[in-house]
Write a protein that binds this ligand. Structure first.
Ligand SMILES: [Zn+2]
Ligand SMILES: [Zn+2]
Length: 559
């Protein structure tokens, strides 16, 4: 294919650049007024203490939704939530066919089924190492290694050059499940010429290599072989190779394996769907595991990040219906602490320790976990194989992306761009540069409603969480006179022996009464005038009583 005179190749991340999570990348090809697009990955990120009640956060697709008929396909590199988690939420707004390898497709189908979309979505299942042509984009899947089955890099060929979109990767010489990184394919691509490499930045601050799942298997065999009593192991369910190692270590020591947590069961089913786990002994149900002798059972659990409703949290709380751990039992954390989860993990571990459970973590047993992302040694290796003209670091916070860009310069990569979500980068023709800015933002999944980031309800919830709330009822008669004393109720506000809460609320009711009575006759006919007068007066009063500013909600009832 010969490029047209005005054709451009652009890269536009709408998620995943300047953050680790919520990957949502776009490639556009064609003249500026008639681009065809492909989407690479459609993931979520997770809420934290600053987003009370919001657990799932999505990239805002508004910009590209306007060009939905020009989206030719959505290509998914691998099945981690930060790459596929938003498919069920956002597919309806993009409506393009999906491309994924079988393991990823299995999990995506489940998401679409839950979203009631399965019958509408065309899923092209692509074999590992396969090739697909999507409009002007010819895409080769390149097998890489990561921390989940079937991770793929993408060679995206266009008439203006080839982009190597690495996806999440590391160089694991022995990944246990699946093949090693297809170095030959990457070298061949390098020989043909790589215009740009869009690459994982997660571990750019870590020297050396991430390490192999095979070494973790050895360490887990050794550790689990020496344990007495009940053993629980926490790890990411999506790391099926890790699950496999734990299961085999248990079997080698005469322990039956009991899976605890929904995602453990889901991932086991996904693994079986692609022919994994064929030769392992059947799992034992949690209802039966308790009657096995303690050193004949191993629990493989969700919740290694301290997630409040996951299996490990319930065991630590003593609220799991079937599983108890105590003195003489062990809990192995075959996982790292994801930044932001330090406090819940510490709380979880303290509770387990308090039950007498012995803890084994990556900190004191460094061999029991390895990262799935490339460290500097691996990045250097990849740049050497692919030899791109342009480095485009993604999958990192700002500091990761800038450090990665500097590292690429040190490695003699001629050009580089450090994207922020919304930056439209022209990769060809000419020098790579940011040519436009697209609106990029986040959507919060608040209950069952999608809301803009930090919209009013969440701001109110944060305010109430730290300041409490007052509810006032004002009853007025037909002439605008108070028909009863105002009623004040408090949420989340304290009282003490010197000034009990009931007394404080009576005083506040008095303040409300004065505020209404101070209004001129006409203003009392206007609900909003009454509400704001009462709110003003109660905020002042609350300052006096509690030295804080609770939310004030005034109901005006007319009889
Ligand atoms: Zn990943
Ligand atoms: Zn990722």
């Amino acid at each position: 294919m010969i490029p047209g005179p005005n054709d451009e190749l652009v890269f536009l991340p709408l998620g995943g650049s300047n953050e680790i999570g919520m990957n949502f990348n776009l490639y556009g090809y064609g003249p500026p007024d008639d681009r065809k697009w492909i989407v690479v990955d459609l993931g979520v990120t997770f809420g934290d203490l600053t987003t009370p009640g919001v657990e799932i956060i999505l990239p805002d697709p508004t910009f590209i939704e306007a060009y939905a008929e020009d989206i030719l396909g959505i290509v998914l590199t691998h099945a981690h939530e930060d790459h596929i988690g938003a498919v069920g939420w956002l597919w309806d707004r993009l409506r393009a066919p999906l491309y994924a390898t079988p393991f990823t497709a299995f999990l995506v189908r489940e998401k679409l089924r839950e979203a009631d979309l399965l019958s509408q979505v065309k899923i092209h299942e692509v074999p590992l190492g396969g090739t697909v042509q999507i409009g002007p984009f010819g895409i080769d899947l390149i097998t890489i290694t990561h921390s989940i089955p079937e991770p793929n890099g993408l060679a995206i060929r266009t008439p203006l050059g080839t982009v190597l979109h690495t996806g999440d990767w590391k160089i694991d010489p022995d990944p246990l499940l699946g093949g090693p990184t297809d170095v030959a394919a990457i070298r061949r691509l390098g020989d043909e010429g790589v215009l740009a490499m869009v690459c994982d930045s997660t571990n750019v601050f870590v020297d050396g290599f991430a390490g192999s799942e095979a070494d973790v298997r050895k360490a887990l065999f050794e550790l689990i072989g020496g344990l007495k009593g009940r053993v629980a192991v926490g790890c990411f369910a999506s790391n099926v190779a890790r699950m496999d190692s734990v299961i085999r270590a248990a079997q080698a020591n005469g322990r039956r394996v009991c899976l605890l947590g929904r995602s453990m069961h889901r991932m086991a089913a996904a693994a079986r769907s692609v022919g994994l786990f064929g030769d392992i002994e059947p799992f034992v149900a949690d209802t039966e595991a308790g009657s096995l002798p303690p050193d004949r059972v191993l629990y493989l659990c969700t919740g290694s990040q301290g997630e409040p409703r996951a299996a490990l949290a319930r065991i630590a709380e003593g609220t799991h219906p079937h599983v108890r751990l105590g003195q003489g039992d062990s809990c192995v954390f075959s996982s790292r602490v994801i930044p932001g989860n330090e406090i819940p993990i510490r709380n979880l571990q303290n509770k387990l320790a308090d039950r007498g459970v012995r803890l084994y973590t990556e900190r004191d047993h460094p061999g029991i976990h390895v990262s799935g992302h490339p460290c500097r040694g691996e990045l250097a290796q990849m740049y050497q194989w692919a030899r791109p003209r342009i480095a485009v670091p993604t999958h990192g916070e700002r500091r990761h992306i800038l450090e990665h860009l500097a590292f690429a310069r040190d490695l003699q990569v001629p050009e580089g761009v450090a994207p922020r979500n919304g930056d439209m980068i022209r990769l060809a023709p000419g020098r790579a540069e940011i040519i436009d800015e697209a609106p990029a933002g986040r959507l919060f999944v608040d209950g069952n409603v999608l809301t803009p980031e930090n919209d009013r309800p969440l701001r109110e919830r944060r305010h109430v969480a730290s300041n409490g709330a007052l509810m006032v009822t004002v009853v007025l008669d037909g002439k605008g006179r108070l028909a009863a004393s105002p009623q004040v109720r408090a949420l989340g506000l304290p009282g003490d022996a010197d000034y009990p809460l009931a007394e404080a609320l009576d005083d506040l009711a008095e303040d409300a009464r004065e505020a209404v009575e101070a209004l001129k006759g006409g203003a009392r006919d206007d609900d909003s005038a009454v509400q704001s007068a009462v709110a003003r007066s109660l905020k002042r009063a609350a300052q006096r009583v509690w030295e804080r500013r609770p939310a004030v909600e005034t109901m005006v009832v007319r009889v």
